[in-house]
Design a protein around this ligand. Structure first.
Ligand SMILES: CC(C)(COP(=O)(O)OP(=O)(O)OC[C@H]1O[C@@H](n2cnc3c(N)ncnc32)[C@H](O)[C@@H]1OP(=O)(O)O)[C@@H](O)C(=O)NCCC(=O)NCCS
Length: 153
């Protein structure tokens, strides 16, 4: 059972470590390593950005297990991303995190559609989005990678 919390400025290093995890970089659309200075600027502005909804998930042992970010793209659509701490992968947390984050976001943003883009090779991510109620839309070339496009409304 996971609980949800909003990140704060003290989570800057946690997000940096998660973002620079080799598998997270590999599954991202920009796979270059992230520099600490750029990350700090990005994180401070993301925390203040009202179009950016950030969720950290905590397990029963009070460990931070991962994060979901939902970024509004316009007044009707948003883009979702997820990553789980290396030590907590393979436990099926992604489904629960996606369910909790999308329920929270859609609860306060009525009528929005959430887009997910997943590289074709990322099977566990694809299955997690399906188990969390995302519907397959189409195959697309997203940022030059053949990708699954999933939607939740
Ligand atoms: C992708 C990611 C979020 C998946 O999270 P996870 O909770 O560790 O996922 P799991 O390994 O538990 O797999 C999810 C589900 O797929 C199933 N699954 C995974 N591989 C499978 C396989 N080869 N065959 C059948 N089922 C499989 C699991 O059983 C699990 O199902 P369950 O929820 O019913 O138990 C996580 O691995 C991660 O953070 N990766 C790096 C970043 C990333 O890829 N982000 C997503 C970008 S779109």
């Amino acid at each position: 059972m996971l609980s949800i919390r909003k990140p704060g400025i003290d989570d800057m290093q946690l997000y940096f470590d998660w973002a620079n995890d080799p598998e997270v970089r590999g599954q991202s659309y920009n796979s270059d390593p992230i520099d600490l200075g750029n990350h700090k600027k990005w994180f401070e502005s993301a925390l203040k950005n009202e179009a950016c909804f950030m969720y950290v998930f905590v397990n029963a042992d009070k460990e931070d297990v991962g994060q979901v970010r939902i970024q509004k793209q316009n007044d009707r659509e948003a883009l979702i991303g997820i990553s789980i701490d290396f030590g907590h992968r393979g436990k099926g947390y992604a489904k629960e995190m996606l369910l909790l984050a999308t329920a929270s976001f859609l609860g306060s943003n009525n009528g929005f559609l959430i887009n997910a883009y997943i590289k074709e090779s990322n099977l566990s991510s694809k299955l997690s989005f399906e188990k969390a109620g995302f519907q397959f839309s189409d195959m697309v070339d997203y940022e030059n990678f053949r990708s699954f496009h999933y939607i939740k409304e």
